[in-house]
Ligand binder design. Structure first.
Ligand code: IMP
Length: 503
């Protein structure tokens, strides 16, 4: 007879945290959200890859491209670039992130020296930027011959036909940096010379970037940004159990810091083979997570197969219809609690700590704190990130409200058959995800700041200043359905809804 669990499985929304004692030192600004991403011998060595915040963005077309990866790394987390695209284009996205130099921007206002003041004014109107690079061919990658800034012309006193070459600041009067200039050095040059911008040119005099005075302050405004040893942003990438022999070398070559096998169900020989291949070719130098699993056995299987982290979650994603279609899955909270216990048991036995990622099903910000308290080292989110400016999808106005598109990897739109393939290959026989809209929510930076402010506050309520401390101290309780109702506002009429809805 089939094994039947005695207890039902539960979701995040069925749990609450019971506050513990907090001392005066326990303030949100003192909370450290640093967390480990890949396995290590805890107590004996440092974790080789950590994040400054416990959030990663989902391996999905509608979530994680290079723009998202840069924005999230600025805040201290990691994006996993989606794998349901050609190897070349995934590798290109990874290399775009790695070659992005924080604070170094490619000029978007460029003009030729024989253009006129009228052209400058039109360009300023179009781009909104007052610093214009004058290059021989008028492109962002042309030979720099000068710069025009607002102080170089007076519209009221000059003819609109006046040539740019006659009023620009020419190259021999400009201070420039070369390709080896670091952001810190660029900033020092800007301050020492009282500049607003510093052009960076290569040895042939070709314009490469601008560093702007204001961008350095932005850079300083991201104290948690996640950088590698060469000061490049850290980025992850999704792989599958089919074309890994070609995809992994391309992604590693492009500079991916961590990979993750993207699969709806990870307790499989396919994952073991993929992990073994990566270990055989690269040893421990390439980091690769695996999943998804929802129980102890699944975790132990992947940990023993060599996974650097294990991802938990089947059927809980907001766009997911796997449970309806196939009847597989488990309440995310129950799955996570069981897997985290297995992780601790594995650590006791082997001395190796394999981080756990809770994937999918985060609806409210406090679910992040719950997942951490239940033992997750970090959380993967799809819907959450899809709502921001930085996600790759269209922003639309539907009936007066702004929305963004968000679709599942198992939907007909994404057709990520490798994620769902059980050996049939090269097609999706039925959908496991939907195509949807989510309310547009603005910038990643503002939203992540608010979410993490809540996480930090709740951690203080538990007397915890770090994630491991939260996991040790947190007390969780299941709540009844009546007390869930009690948790929202109740028995009052919201002013903006009007009294007519009071009856
Ligand atoms: P969300 O944060 O609740 O939106 O869940 C995102 C997670 O759902 C992803 O990280 C995947 O694990 C999972 N997922 C993505 N696409 C699909 C799909 O089409 N069907 C089922 N699960 C999906």
């Amino acid at each position: 007879m089939a094994f039947i669990y005695d207890e039902p499985s539960h979701t995040f929304g069925e749990y609450l945290i019971i506050p513990g004692y907090s001392s005066c030192e326990c303030v949100p600004s003192a909370v450290n959200l640093k967390t480990s991403v890949v396995k290590y011998r805890k107590g004996e060595e440092e974790c080789p890859l950590t994040m400054n915040i416990p959030l990663v963005s989902a391996i999905m077309q509608s979530v994680s491209n290079d723009t998202m990866a840069i924005a999230l790394a600025k805040e201290g987390g990691i994006s996993f670039i989606y794998g349901s695209q050609s190897i070349e284009s995934e590798a290109r996205m990874v290399s775009n992130v790695k070659s992005y130099k924080a604070g170094f921007v490619v000029s978007d206002s460029n003009i030729r020296p024989d253009a006129t003041l009228a052209d400058i004014l039109a360009l300023k109107e179009k781009t909104g930027h007052s610093t214009v690079a004058v290059t021989e061919d008028g492109t962002a990658a042309g030979k720099l011959v000068g710069i025009v800034a607002s102080r170089d012309y007076r519209v009221s006193r000059m003819s609109p036909d006046e040539k740019v070459s006659s009023f620009m600041t020419p190259i021999d009067k400009l201070v420039t940096g070369d390709e080896n200039t670091t952001l810190k050095e660029a900033n020092d040059i800007i301050w020492d010379n009282k500049l607003n911008s510093l052009p960076i040119v290569d040895k042939n005099g070709t314009l490469k970037y601008f560093v702007f005075r204001k961008d350095y302050s932005d850079h300083k405004a991201n104290p948690l940004e996640l950088l590698d040893s060469h000061k490049r942003y850290i980025v992850g990438a999704g792989i599958n159990t089919r074309d890994y022999e070609e995809r992994v070398p391309a992604l590693v070559g492009a500079g991916a810091d961590v990979l993750c096998i993207d699969s709806s169900e990870g307790f499989s020989e396919w994952q073991k083979k993929t992990l073994e291949w990566v270990r055989g070719k690269y040893g421990d130098s390439v980091k690769v997570g695996a999943g998804n699993v929802v129980d102890r056995e699944g975790f132990l299987f992947l940990a023993e197969s060599g996974a650097d982290f294990v991802k938990v979650g089947i059927g809980g994603g907001s766009i997911c219809i796997t449970r309806e279609q196939k009847g597989i899955g488990r309440g995310q909270a129950t799955a996570l609690i069981e897997v985290c216990k297995a992780r601790d048991e594995y650590f006791e036995r082997t001395g190796v700590y394999v981080p756990v990622c809770s994937d999918g099903g985060i609806v409210h910000d406090y679910h992040v704190t719950l997942a951490l308290a239940m033992g997750a080292d970090f959380i993967m989110l799809g819907r959450y990130f899809s709502r921001f400016d930085e996600s790759p999808t269209n922003k639309l106005n539907i009936n007066g409200s702004y929305v963004k598109e968000y679709w599942g990897e198992g939907s007909n739109r994404a057709r990520n058959w490798q994620r769902y393939d059980l050996g049939g290959g090269a097609k999706l026989s039925f959908e496991e995800g939907v195509d949807s809209y989510v309310p547009y929510a603005g910038s990643l930076k503002d939203n992540v700041a608010q979410t993490l402010a809540k996480v930090r506050h709740t951690m203080c309520n538990c007397g915890a200043l770090s994630i491991p401390e939260l996991q040790q101290k947190a007390k969780l309780t299941l709540v009844s359905s009546t007390s869930i109702v009690e948790g929202g506002y109740h028995d009052v009429v919201l002013k903006d809804k009007g009294l007519s809805s009071a009856e």
